[in-house]
Design a protein around this ligand. Structure first.
Ligand code: ZN
Ligand code: ZN
Ligand code: ZN
Length: 170
């Protein structure tokens, strides 16, 4: 098998990134179909480009990639597409990097908050730039508990933890 790639140093052994992309695109098709939304060829392509690796991609980099493929692409087209993908919970925006990363948990959150947005917690390696979405029910419970006690309604929950992954540390 030559499919193994080093796209995700958090899981250096046996990570089949080609399969990872296909699974994400399939999950996106299913999620959109269930919500009566259309994953147009452009939306699908942008999602695929974001899934090129596990490193967050900036909007300008996406625009450049699309322009390479399609000639003239207007920036608002890219922003609208990113809005759609974020709104469907297929992509997350990482504020600390002003960049976008594919959601690897689309299937887990089908129930979600109606439109598919969901709480997202990331470990972001400052050295290799890889961001991995993680989940721990205890954290979810603690956050909803403290918001509840404060009478606070959370509308967007993205936690970004910066540091160094095991591969980079060694
Ligand atoms: Zn992957
Ligand atoms: Zn996610
Ligand atoms: Zn790293």
């Amino acid at each position: 098998m030559t499919k193994q790639t080093v796209d995700n140093p958090f899981v250096p052994s046996g990570h089949d990134h080609a399969r990872c992309i296909l699974a994400a695109l399939d999950a996106a098709e299913v999620a959109c179909a269930r919500r009566g939304e259309r994953l147009t060829p452009l939306r699908r392509r942008v999602l695929e480009l974001i899934w090129g690796g596990h490193r967050p991609v900036g909007a300008y980099d996406l625009l450049a990639l699309l322009q390479d493929e399609r000639g003239r692409v207007a920036p608002p087209t890219v922003y609208r597409t990113l809005d759609f993908l974020c709104g469907q919970g297929l992509v997350h925006r990482l504020e600390s990097l002003q960049a976008f990363i594919g959601c690897g948990r689309t299937g887990d959150h089908m129930g979600g908050r109606g439109n598919g947005r969901h709480a997202a917690h990331f470990l972001i390696c400052q050295d290799c730039g890889v961001a991995v979405e993680v989940r721990d029910g205890r954290l979810d419970g603690a956050i909803s508990g403290l918001a509840g006690r404060a009478g606070f309604t959370i509308t967007d929950e993205t936690i970004e933890l910066s540091g160094r992954c095991a591969t980079c540390r060694n």
